[in-house]
Design a protein around this ligand. Structure first.
Ligand code: KG4
Ligand code: ZN
Length: 435
């Protein structure tokens, strides 16, 4: 079964084709990061409008790229009509952004007479390590760390999710993003902060590891954000000097000082002025170092908590497979520490391929395919009935609306196409899919 997956929950438009037998055929993605950067975060209205522009061209590109494989599988000329079902992100996410994906998916499915399925975004993240090789076996523990969620789940099968730990306030990704903002870094903050942390000393500044010894698997990162703000205020002068914008101003100070030096040199006093410009350069270097040290301290604090809770989850449950999913799973420091812990405590860690850590269509197509494989396809049989009805093979049910003077019956809007989006949706409320 060939499933088209559409992801539009936040600031990435992603489309992918997943075949139940052959796996992922391909995916296309457009990140809106550059568009939102100047606002320092995602602007929901702009996000929705951009998804409108992107999804269909991305779908066309995908079909073109996968053309040969589609023909090999279906034995037909590659086209949108080769797909068997459409999966889209129903939630959680930005309401307007979700509506775009939902409307396009339902429109496409309606036109093709194919079933459509609304997928839980976090289920997509959770199952995304199944796109990797080797892949984890059920049951596994999942550390789900995205921009809006930090959760530890026990995953016994598709849809069989038990929440073992949750965040009481900010998510890990949010802690990265907000700390990055305090440091004057661009959006998205996580990767920018991780990059800055690379040259830093994580031991220079001490930051709290909230709830690390709480004995449960819950998280809380809002206190850390406050501690980061206080630390940055204390180091304000240094941080400012290390900041790129401040450097610009300081560079002009250096230029000014060079100008002065030229004048002073003319007065035979060049030595003391050279010292002044060297001092400014040294200040900038020290400021840069301070910023890196703060970033490293923030990253270490977040990662230490995530690692400690993951190890605790493995030990508490006895499940020895750990899956890390969601954008923060791309963090190299997190990966390195988990690798060490896995060796020490004899468990295995799985990640999705790096490109599928952050939002993408592949995970939605995959989750849709896994759900549609069995029961849900039956529930979507209404879609097929609808097509048969349009083609005159069966009569529309009583109560269908009449349309127009020519007496054409419009297709009744059946469950598969009367969609809602779910901007807030609890992952643990999903129903298991019978294997
Ligand atoms: O899963 P995702 O793409 O979107 C949501 O579903 O929220 O996750 C985005 C989050 C952002 O907070 C981003 O800063 C964070 O993942 N992130 C990272 C890294 N790459 C993305 N955080 C730390 N280190 C990274 N390398
Ligand atoms: Zn996500």
């Amino acid at each position: 079964m060939l499933v088209l997956g559409i992801e539009t929950s936040c600031d990435e438009s992603g489309v992918a084709l997943y075949d139940s037998d052959r796996g992922l055929l391909g995916h296309t993605l457009h990140s809106q990061a550059a568009m939102h950067e100047e606002y320092g975060g995602v602007v929901p209205e702009l996000a929705s409008r951009d998804h409108v522009r992107r999804v269909l061209p991305l779908t066309e590109l995908l079909l073109k790229r996968c053309g040969q494989r589609i023909e090999d599988i279906t034995g037909r000329k590659a086209g949108i009509d080769c797909i068997d079902a459409v999966a889209y992100t129903r939630g959680p996410g930005l309401a307007g952004a979700l509506l775009v994906g939902a409307a396009i998916a339902n429109g496409l499915a309606f036109a093709l007479g194919k079933p459509v399925i609304g997928v839980h975004h976090l289920e997509g993240h959770l199952l995304s390590p199944l796109l990797a090789d080797p892949k984890p076996e059920f049951p596994f523990i999942a550390l789900l760390v995205s921009g809006g969620h930090s959760q530890i789940m026990r995953v016994c099968g598709v849809g069989a999710y038990e929440t073992l730990g949750d965040t009481l306030d900010d998510a890990a990704g949010e802690a990265f993003d907000k700390s990055a903002k305090l440091l004057g870094l661009g959006y998205p903050g996580g990767p920018a902060l991780a990059k800055l942390a690379a040259g830093g000393d994580e031991h220079r500044f001490a930051l709290p590891r909230p709830l690390i010894n709480s004995g449960d698997l819950d998280f809380s990162f809002s206190g850390l954000k406050t501690a980061v703000r206080t630390l940055i205020e204390k180091q304000a002068d240094d941080v400012r000097r290390g900041d790129a914008a401040a450097q610009e101003r300081d560079r002009s100070d250096i230029a000014a000082s060079q100008q002065v030096r030229a004048e002073i040199a003319a007065q035979h006093q060049s030595r003391s002025d050279t010292a002044a410009s060297q001092r400014i350069r040294a200040d900038i270097a020290a400021g840069k170092q301070t910023r890196s040290d703060i970033a490293a301290a923030v990253q270490a604090a977040i990662v230490d908590v995530l690692v400690a809770k993951s190890v605790a989850a493995v030990q508490m449950t006895g499940v020895r497979e750990l899956v890390v999913a969601g954008g923060v799973g791309a963090n190299q420091r997190l990966r390195e520490l988990l690798r060490q812990q896995a060796q020490r405590n004899d468990f295995r860690v799985y990640y999705p391929p790096l490109e599928f850590c952050t939002d993408n269509g592949a995970m939605i197509a995959l989750a849709g395919a896994l759900r549609l494989r069995d029961g849900e396809l039956q529930k979507s049989a209404g879609a097929l009935r609808l097509r048969a009805m349009r083609e005159g093979e069966i009569r529309s049910p009583a109560g269908a609306l009449r349309l127009g003077a020519n007496g054409d019956r419009p297709a009744p809007v059946e469950a598969p196409y009367s969609f809602t989006v779910a901007p807030r949706w609890n992952l643990a409320s999903l129903t298991p899919v019978t294997p």
